[in-house]
Design a protein around this ligand. Structure first.
Ligand SMILES: *[C@@H]1O[C@H](CO)[C@@H](O)[C@H](O)[C@H]1NC(C)=O
Ligand SMILES: *[C@@H]1O[C@H](CO)[C@@H](O)[C@H](O)[C@H]1NC(C)=O
Ligand SMILES: *[C@@H]1O[C@H](CO)[C@@H](O)[C@H](O)[C@H]1NC(C)=O
Ligand SMILES: *[C@@H]1O[C@H](CO)[C@@H](O)[C@H](O)[C@H]1NC(C)=O
Ligand SMILES: *[C@@H]1O[C@H](CO)[C@@H](O)[C@H](O)[C@H]1NC(C)=O
Ligand SMILES: *[C@@H]1O[C@H](CO)[C@@H](O)[C@H](O)[C@H]1NC(C)=O
Ligand SMILES: *[C@@H]1O[C@H](CO)[C@@H](O)[C@H](O)[C@H]1NC(C)=O
Ligand SMILES: *[C@@H]1O[C@H](CO)[C@@H](O)[C@H](O)[C@H]1NC(C)=O
Ligand SMILES: *[C@@H]1O[C@H](CO)[C@@H](O)[C@H](O)[C@H]1NC(C)=O
Ligand SMILES: CC(=O)N[C@H]1CO[C@H](CO)[C@@H](O)[C@@H]1O
Length: 435
């Protein structure tokens, strides 16, 4: 009996023990996770299942996804039991999510696991084991941190054109031609290529996660190959063939986040912010672009609820104290994997981390994108809806002005209402690229 309890205790200790060495203290952590399991984003042509199998429709967090994030939150509670207070303290943690239902809900599920209310935090009269924790976000078209790039970036387009027309890419495509023809035939989707095969894979993954039996053709071997292709696609999209453009593309797609991570660490160490944990709730493309940019991608599609942890340790034995950055990737409920960010080694001194990261900081749209973004043609190309709304608003404002001229007194409140319309964000994102 006692032996067993002891063994269980030992297992729990081992599971959650932090590798803290010598006279070290964990002082700060940046987190970036992918949302949990969701419904499919679309079906493929021959899909035996359709949208009716998803109670909330396409692209939404499922209950399995909620569980995955609750589990991750509980894990973080153990992992950071020396860093965070047992009880939620708003000065210690900040959570930012992309403005998608599934990432917002993932963050909420995660916080339910991390901060179940205790004692006085149980709100009056109810027995619920949940308390609200704020999740911050910005509209998609303004989210240059987690959905970069939000401006049309000619340089990125150029680099992609060069990549996809290169001999190496065509050779790679040839290697998979027969397999992709099979996928086209089985799925009913026309001309499936190295990029669009993800659409089929993603739908299959969501259905499998939901406990559905996949069609016979979707064997383990076929799924493995689709996974292999999807990971290759991420790697190539974010770094070109053979990582030729890793730095150039990395600055555009992950530069802001990398810079923010360094700023977070700086602010924490110099005491200008009290946060111990800053967490970002985002997508496989966010994790993929960050890990590729940091030269730490494991050539696998980031699974649901995967979490990158960039932690800072203070070595108190040296004076002045030295800081070490250690990064992990938790891509399963098992032990997280150690990362070797920018070839700095697992134990990366803060100075080296900052120096190496700085190469990946954005250098401004003119230098990184080859063009100063103008609201003119860029917006016209990618934000037709927004332009339509702005034009409508202009019309309305003109109309209002005319009315104001006519009856100065009565129209003040109407004017306010019209201003609100202009602020409504218009999501113009291609869901296929954000998963
Ligand atoms: C969706 O699938 C269900 C059961 O598989 C079927 O009854 C229903 O007609 C389908 N709906 C559409 C719109 O195809
Ligand atoms: C919350 O955290 C801040 C910063 O660490 C600390 O100063 C404050 O005392 C904490 N509040 C409570 C109620 O523990
Ligand atoms: C809370 O739980 C207790 C014990 O299970 C029960 O007696 C009580 O009615 C519950 N209160 C509310 C508000 O649900
Ligand atoms: C394509 O499908 C056929 C028929 O199932 C199979 O014999 C062949 O090995 C497949 N080719 C590839 C590359 O998967
Ligand atoms: C792959 O197919 C998609 C959708 O049909 C298309 O937009 C894309 O340009 C294709 N990619 C390549 C490299 O041909
Ligand atoms: C962080 O601090 C280091 C060392 O003080 C400094 O070199 C670097 O510019 C700072 N980075 C940011 C993003 O503030
Ligand atoms: C702390 O670091 C941040 C980011 O580098 C900087 O903006 C801020 O001025 C610093 N504050 C202090 C007190 O050094
Ligand atoms: C997690 O990463 C490790 C190391 O890269 C890899 O071996 C493993 O297959 C990955 N697991 C998943 C579920 O992606
Ligand atoms: C990291 O540093 C600790 C303490 O300095 C050391 O014990 C450990 O072996 C190092 N790990 C690696 C992978 O270098
Ligand atoms: C509004 C409300 O439910 N108030 C209750 C809060 O809890 C105390 C003690 O349990 C009750 O006395 C209040 O009525």
């Amino acid at each position: 009996m006692f032996g067993r309890v002891f063994l269980n205790l030992l297992t729990i200790l081992c599971m959650f023990s932090m590798p803290i060495y010598g006279d070290e203290e964990l002082v700060f952590s940046n987190l970036l996770w992918r949302h949990g399991a969701r419904s499919a984003i679309h079906s493929y042509k021959n899909d035996p299942f359709n949208q009716t199998m998803w109670p909330q429709g396409f692209g939404q967090l499922t209950q399995i996804g909620m569980h995955q994030h609750y589990e991750l939150g509980s894990y973080l509670k153990q992992r950071y039991n020396t860093l965070l207070s047992r009880r939620y303290n708003r000065s210690e943690i900040y959570i930012r999510s992309t403005d998608f239902d599934r990432t917002l809900m993932s963050a909420e599920s995660n916080m339910a696991g991390l901060f179940p209310p205790e004692g006085k935090q149980k709100w009056n009269g109810t027995n619920t084991s949940w308390q609200p924790v704020p999740i911050h976000t910005v509209p998609k078209i303004l989210d240059s941190l987690l959905l970069a790039p939000i401006i049309t970036c000619p340089k990125l387009q150029q680099l992609h054109e060069k990549t996809y027309s290169s001999l190496e890419y065509i050779e790679l495509q040839n290697k998979y031609t027969e397999f992709l023809k099979n996928i086209s035939f089985w799925s009913g989707n026309d001309n499936v290529n190295l990029t669009s095969s993800w659409n089929v894979l993603d739908t299959l993954i969501t259905e499998k996660t939901q406990g559905k039996t996949l069609p016979l053709w979707a064997s383990d071997a076929v799924m493995d190959k689709l996974h292999e292709i999807a990971a290759l696609d991420i790697l190539i999209r974010f770094s070109g063939m053979n990582s030729k453009y890793r730095e150039d593309i990395g600055r555009i797609v992950a530069g802001n986040l990398i810079k923010q991570i360094v700023t977070n660490i700086n602010n924490s160490i110099n005491g200008s912010e009290s946060y111990k944990v800053i967490a970002y709730s985002a997508h496989d493309t966010t994790i993929g672009s960050l890990l590729v940019a940091l030269d730490s991608f494991n050539n696998r599609l980031p699974p649901f609820a995967a979490c990158v942890m960039i932690e800072v340790y203070k070595d108190k034995s040296s004076s002045p104290p030295e800081y070490i950055v250690r990064s992990y990737y938790r891509n399963s409920t098992g032990d997280p994997i150690k990362l070797n960010i920018l070839d700095c080694g697992f134990n990366c001194s803060l100075n080296e981390f900052v120096t190496k990261s700085q190469k990946m900081f954005p250098r401004g749209p003119a230098q990184d994108c080859g063009k100063i973004p103008t609201t003119g043609e860029d917006f016209f190309a990618s934000h037709l809806q927004l332009i339509f709304i702005i034009l409508t608003c202009l019309l309305v404002v003109t109309w209002l002005l005319i009315i104001i001229v006519c009856c100065k007194k009565k129209c003040k409140s109407k004017n306010l209402k019209m201003r609100e319309v202009a602020y409504q964000p218009v999501p113009s994102f291609d869901e296929h690229l954000i998963s």
